[in-house]
Design a protein around this ligand. Structure first.
Ligand code: HEM
Length: 506
């Protein structure tokens, strides 16, 4: 037994009380002199978990921003989180000070899953190289040209067919929507789509959705209390998440093998082909570029793009449908615009975007109000950094509170109201204020912004052109407060869907 433990054990209750008070005072005094941003009072060991447990962190952060300003600290256990709020502060960190605010923090759980590979959770040279490769391959495949559009339109048509089979009944759109959106990613990554009856594929898609729901909380708690991994059972679903990783690897492995066998270097079909071609070229280059391409890196990159590209876009579409139920006038205005410009027969194309400004503004308003990635992905600094008069310690996780921008009434008047018109210029053109950054900004900006915007446009306009969405119970609309995981998703809801051509008047 060490001396410290012996002293504690021999203390009477009064001395122990005095010791605890002195300990806490020293702890807070030290925090203050360290010049770490202030924040809500935290309790030893648990930090601010008691204040956050069971509550929506976004609402708590709004309250704390009013009290402590745009830069405040929160403790999850002993782990320090720095929360950056408001456009000016976020822009200063991610853009002006991009050289120091573009790392990712170490996270016990994510390190275990990602092993430092991929792009989303990687840092340093490895991240820079993989991001460059990913962007290069996506550009080669034709960002903005019609190979992506064909792929997206095919999936939107499949979605419409699937819904038609179930029209006139109440439907939860989540699964079919997620499957169609993930098939777009499969088209880009693997050059093929999967049937909605393919159980292996459905399992992979469902696993990614489940992980997105639990990974956020699980990784934060595991990081604070690593001993939780040894508890029996699977309280934090960490074992399930690791099992899901194995299922994805098996799914991926088959695709990797078939790509290896059928690769034609003069005719790349998809992202995987392009990566394999670069990998081959690279193997003959100098040692300097040695670790840029590998099978392991490709697997991690594909996993990242598949996950990031599916949950975000499908969740945005689900929110859009939910807001259309709450704001039927917006749904009708979108429909009227589509009917005037396209009619009911011609399928929307990306060339129609500038002719459908109200639909375009409805998509932007959904991205704003629902704030799909409200805290972006945690950032970190490579060393202690002096920022706005505070020290941001190297080991802290930095949360980018994008939600605080989109719900700032000084930027977006009546932020809780769903009003696409706010994105209109007086001339009727769509205009995005500089503060509108749902894909974040700076070096870590989302890779998939262009793909996502194409998908949102084609899926949403074709859905509104074909169907009318109505609530199952007009006196009891689906809850607009969502669940925060890796993304902010709506709670499960049902919707009644009617074919426009069958609708006379409602
Ligand atoms: C509505 C759809 C989407 C939204 C709102 C969204 C938003 C975001 C946000 C906020 C970040 C974090 C940036 C940061 O850390 O500061 C991010 C990162 C990322 N997104 Fe997206 N995203 C969407 C769709 C996509 C798609 C379709 C793809 C893939 C094609 C994708 C791939 C990525 C990747 C790879 C990163 C990591 C970038 C890095 O760490 O450098 N996202 N996204």
């Amino acid at each position: 037994m060490d001396v410290f433990t012996e002293v504690i054990q021999n203390m009477d209750i009064t001395s122990l009380f005095v010791f605890c008070v002195v300990f806490l005072l020293c702890y807070y005094a030290l925090k203050k002199t360290n010049n770490i941003p202030t924040g809500p009072v935290s309790v030893p060991l648990l930090g601010n978990i008691p204040q956050l447990a069971g509550r929506n962190p976004l609402i708590m952060f709004r309250k704390w921003r009013k009290q402590y300003g745009d830069v405040f600290s929160v403790y999850m256990g002993s782990q320090l989180l720095i929360v950056l709020n408001g456009y000016e502060t976020i822009n200063e960190a991610l853009v002006t000070r991009a050289n120091v605010f573009s790392e990712r923090p170490h996270n016990f759980m994510l390190d275990k899953i990602k092993e430092g590979e991929g792009v989303i959770f990687a840092s340093g040279t490895s991240w820079k190289r993989q991001k460059k490769i990913a962007l290069h391959c996506l550009q080669e495949l034709g960002f903005g040209c019609n190979s992506f559009e064909v792929c997206i339109a095919d999936e939107a048509k499949t979605l419409i067919k699937q819904i038609e089979q179930n029209a006139d009944v109440s439907l939860n759109l989540k699964d079919i929507l997620t499957t169609c959106v993930s098939n777009v990613m499969c088209g880009i990554l693997f050059g093929r789509r999967f049937s909605h009856e393919d159980n292996k594929f459905l399992e992979v898609v469902a696993n990614f959705s489940e992980d997105a729901k639990y990974l956020g909380n699980a990784s934060i708690l595991m990081n604070c209390f690593p001993f939780l991994q040894y508890l029996p059972g699977d309280l934090l679903r960490t074992k399930t998440i690791m099992e899901h990783k194995k299922v994805f690897h098996k799914f991926y492995e088959d695709l990797y093998q078939s790509h290896q066998l059928t690769l034609d270097e003069n005719n790349p079909r998809d992202f995987m082909d392009l990566y394999l071609i670069e990998m081959k070229k690279n193997s003959t280059l100098s040692k300097k570029e040695e670790n840029t391409y590998s099978e392991v890196k490709l697997k991690a990159l594909v996993g990242d793009l598949f996950g990031a590209g599916t949950e975000t876009t499908s969740t945005t579409l689900l929110w859009a449908v939910q807001y259309l139920l709450h704001y039927p006038d917006v749904q009708e205005k979108c429909f009227d615009e589509i009917q005037t410009v396209l009619g009911l027969e011609r399928f929307p194309s990306l060339n129609d975007r500038s002719h459908l400004p109200y639909c375009e503004a409805t998509i932007l308003e959904t991205l704003r109000i629902a704030a799909i990635a409200p805290l972006a992905v945690p950032h970190a600094t490579p060393r202690d950094v002096y920022f706005q008069g505070f020290i941001i310690p190297k080991e802290s996780s930095i949360l980018i509170n994008l939600h605080s921008i989109f719900h700032d009434s000084d930027i977006f008047k009546d932020p809780g109201v769903f009003r696409p018109e706010r994105f209109f210029y007086s001339s009727g053109h769509v205009i995005k204020p500089k503060e509108f950054i749902p894909f974040s900004c700076g070096r870590r900006v989302c890779i998939g912004e262009k793909v996502a915007q194409m998908e949102l446009f084609i899926f949403l306009t074709s859905l509104i052109q074909t169907f009318k969405f109505l609530p199952v119970d007009s006196c009891n609309l689906p809850d607009l407060e969502g669940n925060l995981g890796i993304v902010y998703s709506p709670k499960s809801f049902q919707v009644k869907i009617f074919r426009r051509q069958d609708v006379k008047s409602y």
